[in-house]
Design a protein around this ligand. Structure first.
Ligand SMILES: Cc1cc2nc3c(=O)[nH]c(=O)nc-3n(C[C@H](O)[C@H](O)[C@H](O)COP(=O)(O)OP(=O)(O)OC[C@H]3O[C@@H](n4cnc5c(N)ncnc54)[C@H](O)[C@@H]3O)c2cc1C
Ligand SMILES: *[C@@H]1O[C@H](CO)[C@@H](O)[C@H](O)[C@H]1NC(C)=O
Ligand SMILES: *[C@@H]1O[C@H](CO)[C@@H](O)[C@H](O)[C@H]1NC(C)=O
Ligand SMILES: *[C@@H]1O[C@H](CO)[C@@H](O)[C@H](O)[C@H]1NC(C)=O
Ligand SMILES: *[C@@H]1O[C@H](CO)[C@@H](O)[C@H](O)[C@H]1NC(C)=O
Ligand SMILES: *[C@@H]1O[C@H](CO)[C@@H](O)[C@H](O)[C@H]1NC(C)=O
Ligand SMILES: *[C@@H]1O[C@H](CO)[C@@H](O)[C@H](O)[C@H]1NC(C)=O
Ligand SMILES: *[C@@H]1O[C@H](CO)[C@@H](O)[C@H](O)[C@H]1NC(C)=O
Length: 469
């Protein structure tokens, strides 16, 4: 109890002084916070200190994004989320909120403090009158697609198995359906949000226009989202076809597709992958045709080239935003992949992946309201996703530096090829942890900081990691 009181006093002192204090990671304070949560939550929620459920709650796709937490909390109601946030705030305790756990950035959804895992928010409710789907923040896209299949509808969601609905939708969301309907954030109608002070808010364009804008790219800065309401679209007879080929074949076809495709139903990802130094170069074509056979999502979600599912690897992502993928740029990407695959092999770099993601130039025109991300919608840019995977923590810094260097090399190459990308917004869900906020949010950043100060004056959400406004 002593530490609790002390922590509260420190918070009060901080408030009076108008400063932001670092999150407390003292094990006694964390334990006291966990105990207080146990005592306060309803029977819909639970707290775990160890065991299978605890392990699931702290799990991340990248092992470098996992930390041992003091306890794992699975809230089952928005009211309990509010209670948990209030107790965390009183104790100034470090915490994290996790959806699918797919962030590649360490500490963004993990913590040594209180790990909140959203798994109990797991419903998928289709409303045929409004043509919307309300989905829980603890789901992964696989579950959403499976639940929607019987209704013959679909949403603008993830392309790869295992990715969480929450982080994807709070960042931006590049989907197979993006050429047709825009980013996932362009297709959100409402958020159920637990504000930093514990109040539950239904956030729509008309109820809270500022927060509605801010949540479209603003991650965990404004509270904890418990449910998303997304637009539903008729499910197409889709399918993914994998083209395996030589680097030259795949590169030529990709350059042609990138320059010449005008069909919004067609989408590709070309990957220059190296596993243990050996190339695996492929393109995956997705086509959203007119009449749906059952089970199409199972098919494409299972494609091993994209799933990148070598479990237990440490990982880092980075990104460059380009205005196109001409032959010369693809050649440079291919060369970079080969170079780093070879030079990082001896420092335990086992998986080197460059994902080329061309979209139509109409990509940023589908929004029905403004959004935090991208910083500007004026210029159409497409993300290049860089991913390095390795085994040992001793190599963390080397890998992070290498992925910064290769991003910078390819950025300079694109500039040299005449692409005017100097202010182009970087995709927040691919950007490495120390990316400047301006690079992603551009001129929206000031507005986001103002909204943040109003909604979270004591910076409760600052006790969790992530890109912070
Ligand atoms: C294999 C793989 C494939 C990918 N494919 C794509 C792709 O095709 N398109 C694309 O756009 N992106 C893709 N991504 C990136 C992906 O969008 C991000 O990693 C995303 O953040 C994952 O969401 P999550 O819920 O799993 O992440 P988490 O790690 O759980 O969360 C990510 C961030 O969101 C915050 N957050 C989570 N839940 C909540 C909540 N309920 N309320 C408030 N904040 C919350 C966390 O605190 C954290 O900051 C991919 C990533 C991987 C690893
Ligand atoms: C946490 O606090 C409880 C009650 O005060 C105590 O019984 C327990 O041993 C503590 N656990 C740890 C890991 O400190
Ligand atoms: C669907 O939305 C309409 C309009 O908001 C509402 O009246 C109706 O109750 C909803 N149906 C379901 C099943 O939730
Ligand atoms: C380029 O793509 C078009 C279809 O968009 C196709 O007809 C043509 O054969 C392709 N050319 C090459 C060189 O691949
Ligand atoms: C685009 O299509 C035209 C006409 O078929 C072709 O000449 C050109 O080479 C294609 N562009 C690329 C980059 O392949
Ligand atoms: C898209 O969003 C921008 C702000 O980011 C806004 O200026 C523009 O009007 C929006 N476009 C549409 C079609 O809603
Ligand atoms: C490059 O883009 C910036 C905005 O990002 C713009 O101000 C500038 O005019 C552009 N330059 C050219 C040569 O197109
Ligand atoms: C919680 O924050 C919201 C948003 O700033 C505010 O409208 C509401 O009054 C606050 N509630 C309490 C109980 O302080």
């Amino acid at each position: 109890m002593h530490s609790l009181t002390l922590a509260s006093l420190i918070v009060l002192a901080g408030l009076v002084a108008g400063i932001t204090l670092p999150a407390v990671t003292d094990p006694d304070v964390i334990n006291a916070t966990c105990q207080a949560i146990v005592a306060a939550i309803s029977s819909e929620s639970a707290v775990y200190y160890e065991g299978d459920q605890y392990d699931k709650d702290i799990y991340h796709w990248a092992s470098s994004s996992t930390q041992e937490a003091g306890c794992a909390v699975e809230p089952g109601t928005p009211e309990d989320v509010g209670t948990v946030l209030q107790i965390i705030a009183e104790n100034n305790c470090a915490f994290a909120v996790k959806g699918g756990g797919h962030t590649s950035n360490p500490g963004f959804s993990s913590t040594p403090g209180v790990q909140i895992a959203m798994y109990r928010f797991s419903e998928v409710i289709y409303n045929s009158t409004t043509q919307t789907v309300t989905v829980g923040a603890g789901l992964i896209w696989d579950d959403v697609y499976a639940a929607l299949e019987p209704h013959g509808v679909n949403v603008v969601g993830g392309r790869v198995t295992g990715v969480g609905v929450a982080g994807f939708t709070l960042g931006g969301g590049y989907s197979w359906l993006t050429n047709q309907y825009g980013l996932t954030i362009d297709n959100v109608e409402a958020y159920e949000l637990v504000l930093p002070n514990g109040t539950i808010a239904s956030v729509t364009q008309s109820s809270y226009s500022d927060l509605f804008f801010a949540l479209k790219g603003g991650f965990n800065n404004f509270g904890i989202v418990t449910r998303f309401t997304l637009k539903a679209f008729p499910q197409g007879e889709g399918g993914a076809i994998v083209f395996l080929g030589s680097a030259d074949e795949v590169t030529t076809a990709t350059a042609n597709f990138s320059a010449n495709s005008t069909d919004p139903k067609a989408s590709i990802i070309t990957t220059y992958n190296y596993l243990f130094g050996l190339p695996a170069i492929s393109a995956i074509l997705f086509y959203d045709g007119p009449s749906p056979p059952a089970g199409i999502f199972d098919e494409f979600l299972a494609i091993p080239y994209l799933s990148k599912d070598i479990t237990g690897l440490r990982a880092v992502f980075n990104t460059v935003s380009v205005t196109g993928y001409p032959m010369e740029l693809l050649q440079a990407i291919s060369d970079e992949a080969a170079h780093w695959a070879e030079s990082l092999l001896l420092s335990s770099g086992v998986f080197i992946s460059y994902d080329v993601e061309p979209f139509l130039s109409s990509i940023f025109t589908h929004n029905t309201s403004s959004s935090a991300y991208p910083g500007s919608r004026e210029l159409a840019v497409y993300p290049l996703n860089l991913y390095f995977g390795w085994w040992t923590s001793a190599a963390d810094e080397k890998m992070q530096n290498a992925i910064r260097t290769t991003a910078s090399t390819l950025y300079n190459k694109a500039i040299q090829l005449g692409q005017n990308i100097s202010g182009a917004p970087l995709y927040n869900n691919y950007a490495i942890f120390d990316t400047p906020l301006e690079s992603m949010y551009g001129e929206n950043l000031q507005a986001l900081q103002q909204i943040k100060n109003i909604v979270d004056p004591t910076n409760v959400m600052g006790l969790a990691g992530g890109f912070k406004f």
